[in-house]
Ligand binder design. Structure first.
Ligand SMILES: NCCCNCCCCCC(O)(O)C(F)(F)F
Ligand SMILES: [Zn+2]
Length: 343
């Protein structure tokens, strides 16, 4: 399996994040991608190739243009305003408020375009975001070109980014961009299987009213886990999308047996949908040692996930999402991929 990777992710470093009552160094850090890349090499998964640059047209197929055009302006506006530290939202237009924002107030604009304080910027963040998007499209082209599978080693991740909002370390929804690109390249149906511990609220929001992209999420129950405000089992899609959004919320402490039961049901529903291609939002924060998550999967379980996905017999694009047990992130993420290849 080929991996697409860019060193430009490393410029997104040192960003701070707001967790319960404290501002701390971000968990979504460069070493995550470096441990995964090292494991791709040590496991001899296959060639690691660089990105092909794209314009932002494919991003604007699923994100609002004003949102995308805002992203590269954040850091210059933040510094021009004389603000220090990470560019971070701290006020949001919630229910009953208005969304018109004075254009020169970057702090207000950050809140307008985000759902939490978790998508923060430093000087190199935009270059990293753009590289992650290019990585996803470059890997998608490998699958379109005939490869059975490919691995987009994306950083920053994307599945919390909606049509016009960022959050949870996500800015451009790499998996959603790839899914739409496959459709624009002639696919009739695409399934997105999101196995990250956190619900892919952005991905769901983007495709909720559509029947040409099936969105399946296995995740921590939003009644008790971030991102909270989307991801319940009764969210099945709307309009043309009715029945094409499937959520499998699970409780704290979920281990392999229960998690696999959700995966099995999800794969059955995916097979019934008969997509032309599968995009896997590959997060491995379901791991028992993940510092911010509450599931109990073990390293030996990840190859089983890959094997099950391979049994679908469909072209598959893996897009990296989350995972914060940095020492084991490579073992677990690449474990899915070697499992897929049944090595
Ligand atoms: N106490 C809970 C704090 C939650 N803080 C934000 C967690 C973000 C998770 C991001 C992710 O893992 O879903 C992604 F795949 F997008 F990277
Ligand atoms: Zn996650």
């Amino acid at each position: 399996m080929k991996t697409v990777y860019s060193p430009l992710h490393a410029g997104h470093a040192g960003q701070m994040e707001l967790v319960t009552a404290a501002i701390v160094p971000g968990f979504e850090k460069p070493s995550r991608a470096e441990f995964i890349r090292a494991r791709v090499e040590s496991e001899k998964l296959g060639p690691i190739i660089g990105l092909v640059e794209h314009d932002l047209a494919a991003a604007k197929r699923i994100h609002k243009a004003d949102y995308i055009d805002f992203l590269p302006t954040v850091w210059p506006q933040w510094t021009a305003a004389g603000f220090e530290g990470s560019a971070m939202a701290f006020t949001w237009p919630t229910r009953g408020l208005r969304g018109d924002v004075p254009p020169q107030r970057i702090d207000a604009l950050l809140g307008y375009y985000s759902f939490d304080a978790g998508a923060t910027f430093v000087e190199g963040t935009w270059a990293a975001i753009k590289s992650s998007y290019d990585v996803s499209l470059t890997a998608a082209a490998l699958v379109k070109g005939g490869e059975t599978s490919a691995f987009a080693l994306c950083r920053p991740p994307g599945h919390h980014a909606g049509a016009a909002f960022m959050g949870g370390y996500c800015f451009i929804n790499n998996a959603a961009v790839a899914a739409q690109w496959f459709l624009d390249q002639g696919a009739s149906r695409v399934s997105i299987l999101d196995v990250d511990y956190h619900h892919g609220n952005g991905t769901q929001e983007i495709f909720y009213g559509r029947g040409d992209v099936q969105v399946i999420n296995l995740h921590g129950d939003p009644m008790i886990e971030y991102p909270f405000f989307l991801g319940h089992a009764d969210e099945r899609g709307a309009g043309d999308g009715e029945g094409f959004n499937l959520n499998y919320p699970m409780p704290f402490g979920t281990g392999w047996e229960a998690w696999n039961a959700s995966l099995e049901d999800a794969c059955t529903k995916l097979a019934a949908y008969a997509p032309d291609v599968v995009v896997v939002s590959l997060g491995v924060d379901t791991f028992e040692k993940d510092p911010i998550s509450q599931f109990k999967l073990k390293s030996q379980d990840y190859p089983k996930i890959g094997r099950r996905i391979a049994r679908l017999g469909l072209p598959t694009l893996f897009v990296m999402e989350g995972g914060y047990a940095v020492e084991e992130i490579g073992i677990n993420a690449v474990g899915v991929l070697t499992g897929f290849e049944d090595r």
